[in-house]
Design a protein around this ligand. Sequence first.
Ligand code: UDP
Ligand code: MG
Length: 318
Amino acid sequence: MDLISIVVPCYNEQEVLPLFYDRITQVLNAISGIDYEVLLVNDGSKDKTLSIMREYANKDKHIKYISFSRNFGKEPAMLAGLQNAKGDYIVILDADLQHPPELIPQMYETVKDGEYDCVGTRRLDRASEPPIRSWFAKKFYKIINRISQTEIIDGAHDYRFMTRQMVDAILAMPEYNRFSKGIFSWVGFKTKYIELKNVERAAGSTSWSFWKLFLYAIDGIVAFSTAPLMLSVLFGFVFCIIGFLGTLFAIIDKIVSLYSWLPYLSKHAFGVLLISVMCLIGGLIMLFMGITSIYISKIYMEAKARPVFIIRESNIDR
Ligand code: UDP
Ligand code: MG
């Protein structure tokens, strides 16, 4: 019998948790031939979330809970859930019912067929979002996909159904700053995306402010790209070239009056030379800082201690 683990990060979800419990239990009980566990992770809620979890855990043996000592954020909550899930298949979804549990049977069928290792969800459109937020979101996906080798799927939700194998691969990534949207892609495996209509929160309110999302986007860029560190090499290079050419022209001008057709430059030849030399020195400093950055970026990637590869299939016994 397959065991399905449901991982649910919860932060101040007292209003929605009873509704969630009813919906998820109904859906899971209707799938034949499986057993399930629901792992509720209380991420330092300040309301009655924890006592509701305890109450459900007491009356229903499928319900497990983990409660953090304070609010650590959704990423740590998802990680704690994945680490403690015992299932052959693992689902991550939000407590607020924006991720309809009714999709689970269909996801289970798809993954069980064997062709896919994961079923993910992505949004149909950003119509219901404030325009400024969707503008930033679009820009974010554009930038990160340009500068990172890992594809970050535009509009992918954290709602996904995964095999044990894929979750083990995710858990083999010990990095501290976790950006799941990147991690899910980085580990590879075949993912089928289904489109999800935007659903309003069943109750309660979102805990993501614009600022929190902005910082999360920066986290994502820093976790999956070292391109910002390389900027210094680029600028250094450009300034070096400008400075070098300026200095060179100033010297030639001394000999053959190169600037004679540009009266302004010829009048201020010494100033131009000074600026060029400053550009050259500044550029050299930036260039060498950039070279240091290249080493730092390598140390950074090594420090993440990610697996060098992940095997999906082999006929060698390990
Ligand atoms: N969440 C969490 N820790 C946090 C913030 C949110 O575990 O610090 C959980 C929250 O309880 C919910 C999910 O993450 O189950 C998504 O949060 P929310 O619905 O507030 O975000 P949105 O759907 O607006 O992106
Ligand atoms: Mg939500």
